[in-house]
Structure formats: structure tokens, C-alpha cells
Design a protein. Structure first.
Ligand code: FAD
Length: 370
């Protein structure tokens, strides 16, 4: 039996960040993931610059390895089909990355002992310690297995019954030279298309040679229909190149404050999507995954798991009173479509509320990485 201070289940940004930070704080960490890396993850792949600081990741160094890290200097915001408001900045406000590259990079440098291609098969308690797959033993378990995390499922089996889920679908593909030349989507200005009922939005994100087109909705009914209609709109606007691959990939996640999944319990913590932490207004999940990983590692090192839950609420707000409702919750249903079209077409609203506030959290500094 291999003995560790902590076992992390899942090697996405939440798990690899937690393992990296815990190792730096002197803990011995085992990390297992069901997949071999590099592996892909359904995701538009835009990340805020605060994440780079939190991960001590230098954009030039990262790119020097041949990886894609697309500087983003703005967003185009519209009500789908309506006139867009273009919000740009002189500086880089975000980056576009490929998840197969970023996740493998973070995992590789984590310092943890890796067990890849190895799903969690068995989880047992033995004298106050966890035993994973009959081979790894540690006093603390970190659930970082994403939305369907087996740790979260086993240790909080009832939590999912009531939680509303965001369902999303996307297509990501490399543009050939001709497609890249003709593609009207600027790599520096991704495009966001809000749905008329404000229950979701769609996007076009171009990252180096890759185009990602997708949609996420709070209402899971007929997601495929919404995706189909959005792709048709993109085609009619000339945004999608001919020969765009037809196959869409789907995934789900949960917004912060909308799930009873616990953050910490007896001998375990949940981080990232395993705990349901995505930002309510934008659905951004990588930054909460990274930040929860950092905060969980500190709690592990302090041997005070409950301090992780307190630190998360201090950072993101109380879970029973999260950061605030979305735009649609403020507006009377009768005039909503009319008002939304006016607001999203307004340059000041698009800049201050949608991009600065919901998407970039410009007012919120990075967490110190140590
Ligand atoms: C379509 C879509 C677009 C998105 N776009 C963005 C975006 O642009 N920006 C953003 O910030 N967020 C985005 N998100 C959200 C973001 O992808 C997630 O919040 C983020 O990946 C969460 O990271 P994580 O480490 O918690 O989980 P994951 O990245 O899901 O990693 C979980 C890991 O656990 C492993 N695992 C699962 N089950 C087991 C098991 N049984 N045993 C062992 N290992 C297991 C998996 O193989 C995986 O490697 C998007 C989500 C979707 C669905």
C-alpha cells in the first residue's frame, strides 16, 4: 500500500492546482485520473489573466512550448441576431487556450505522483484513512473529478437531486489555411450571443488556428435545437466556414450557490466542478477551479478542512446567497425582450456590466499564489 498525505481524484485544473500547491506546502500527494493525458475537455477555453498570476504561469514561457495562448483584447456582445456592441481594451484582458494543452501542462508540473488512465474504482475507510483502489492510502481525499466526480457522488449522493444544471454543447476544430483566411471572427475579440430568454448564451472563440463555437443554457430542454439554430445563425452571418465539422460535444456543470454539494466533510474536500463552483453570470469555471484548488491545498496543509469552506465563502460569497442573480432575474417578464435588446446593444452597459463585471471580474484581484 502506497501512503500519501492526500489523494486527489481528477487531474483537471482544480485537481492539478490543488496537488501543485499542496506539494509546495510540503505534502505528499497522489493524483489519479481516469484518462491518459493529454486529454481534451469540452470547454471554450478562455481564461482570465488573474489565473496566470495564481498559477505563476508566464504566457511567453507557456507559448514557447508551442502551446496556444491567444491574447484577447475585447468581446463582441449581442442579443443573438441583433446589432453587436464591440468592447475592446488597449491591454490583454483574457487568453484563449486549448484544454488538452493547458491541463497536461499543469498536471505535468504539479509534482504529484500521477496515476493516469486509472479511474476511481473503490473507496474505503480504514482507521480514519481513505483507501483508494485498494492501493493508495491517505488521511484526506480531494474530489476533483469534475461535474460527475465519483467522490462527490459517493460522499454526497443526494446533492444532485435538486440542483439546476447548465448544459452546453460545442464544436472545436482547427481551421485550414483557407478557412483561417476567410474566417471573420477576430482571434482577439471573441463573440458572445445572448439568447432572447437570457437563459443562456452562445459564443465564437478563435484561438490561434482553432475555432470553438458553442452554447450553454440553464434550461436543458431542447439544447440541441438551440445549438442547431445558433449554428444556422452563424452560417447565415458568414461566421462559420464551409466544412465545419457537424459533431457537437456536450457536457454539464453547476453554478456557484445552486447546489447542496458540500465543500468539505469528514476527511474530504471537493474542488472545481465537483463542488459546483462556476460563476453564475458567465459560467466561467476554470478560475473557480484553480482558486478552489489553491484554497483547499492551504486547508490541507493547515489540517483544518473546514477552513477551506470558510475561505471559499469569503472569496465567492455565501453559498446560500451567491454573488448575485443574472440579468433576467431583475427584469419584469413582460418587457424583458425589449429591454434586453436595448441594454445589450448599449456600449456602456456591454462594457461595464457584461464584460468588465460578468466576464472579466476586473474588480477582483488574483488570489496570492502563496
Ligand atoms: C461547453 C463548455 C464550455 C466552457 N467554457 C469555459 C470557458 O471558456 N472558460 C472557463 O473558465 N470555463 C469554461 N467551462 C467550464 C470549465 O470547463 C469547467 O468549470 C472546468 O473544466 C472545471 O475544472 P475541474 O478541474 O473541476 O474539472 P474537469 O476539468 O472536468 O476535470 C475533471 C477530471 O476528473 C477526471 N475524472 C472524472 N471521473 C473520474 C474518475 N471516476 N476517476 C478518476 N478521474 C476522473 C476527468 O478525466 C478529468 O480529467 C466550460 C464548460 C463547458 C461544458
Amino acid at each position: 500500500m502506497d501512503e500519501f498525505d492526500a489523494i486527489v481524484v481528477g487531474g483537471g485544473p482544480a485537481g492539478s492546482t490543488c496537488a501543485w500547491q499542496a506539494e509546495r506546502l510540503g505534502l505528499r500527494v497522489a493524483l489519479l485520473d481516469a484518462k491518459q493525458f493529454p486529454r481534451d475537455k469540452v470547454c471554450a477555453g478562455w481564461v482570465t489573466p488573474q489565473i496566470l498570476a495564481e498559477l505563476e504561469l508566464d504566457a511567453h514561457e507557456y507559448a514557447a512550448g508551442g502551446r496556444v495562448i491567444q491574447p484577447i483584447r475585447g468581446f463582441e456582445v449581442s442579443l443573438a441576431g441583433g446589432k453587436p456592441a464591440r468592447v475592446t481594451y488597449p491591454e490583454v484582458v483574457s487568453y484563449g487556450i486549448l484544454r488538452c494543452e493547458l491541463d497536461a501542462y499543469l498536471l505535468g508540473r504539479s509534482g504529484a505522483k500521477l496515476f493516469l488512465g486509472e479511474p476511481l474504482r473503490t473507496l474505503a475507510r480504514d482507521g480514519g484513512a481513505w483507501v483508494v483502489n485498494g492501493a493508495l492510502r491517505a488521511p484526506v481525499l480531494v474530489g476533483a473529478g469534475g461535474h460527475f466526480c465519483p467522490v462527490s457522488r459517493q460522499l454526497a449522493p443526494d446533492a444532485r437531486a435538486t440542483e439546476p444544471v447548465i448544459a452546453a454543447q460545442e464544436v472545436e476544430f482547427a481551421l485550414d489555411a483557407e478557412q483561417a483566411r476567410r474566417c471573420p471572427v477576430s482571434p482577439e475579440v471573441p463573440e458572445l450571443f445572448f439568447e432572447r430568454d437570457l437563459r443562456g448564451y452562445a459564443w465564437l472563440v478563435r484561438k490561434g488556428p482553432v475555432l470553438n463555437v458553442g452554447i450553454g443554457r440553464q434550461d436543458t430542454h431542447d439544447l440541441s435545437g438551440h445549438a442547431q439554430r445558433f449554428l444556422a445563425l452563424c452560417e447565415s452571418l458568414g461566421k462559420l466556414p464551409p466544412r465545419t465539422p457537424p459533431k457537437r460535444h456536450g457536457h454539464a456543470y453547476v453554478l456557484y450557490g445552486q447546489t447542496p454539494r458540500p465543500l468539505a466533510g469528514d476527511g474530504f474536500v471537493l474542488v472545481g466542478d465537483s463542488a459546483g463552483l462556476a460563476w453564475p453570470q458567465s459560467g466561467e469555471g476554470i478560475r473557480p477551479a484553480v482558486e478552489s484548488g489553491l484554497l483547499a491545498a492551504r486547508a490541507l496543509a493547515a489540517q483544518d478542512l473546514e477552513s477551506y469552506a470558510r475561505a471559499m465563502e469569503a472569496r465567492f460569497g455565501r453559498r446560500d446567497r451567491p454573488l448575485g442573480p443574472g440579468l433576467s432575474d431583475h427584469l419584469p417578464a413582460r418587457i424583458r425582450p425589449w429591454l434586453v435588446e436595448k441594454l445589450l446593444g448599449n456600449a456602456l452597459f456591454a462594457r461595464r456590466v457584461v464584460v468588465d463585471g460578468w466576464f472579466l471580474h476586473r474588480g477582483q484581484a488574483a488570489l496570492p499564489s502563496r
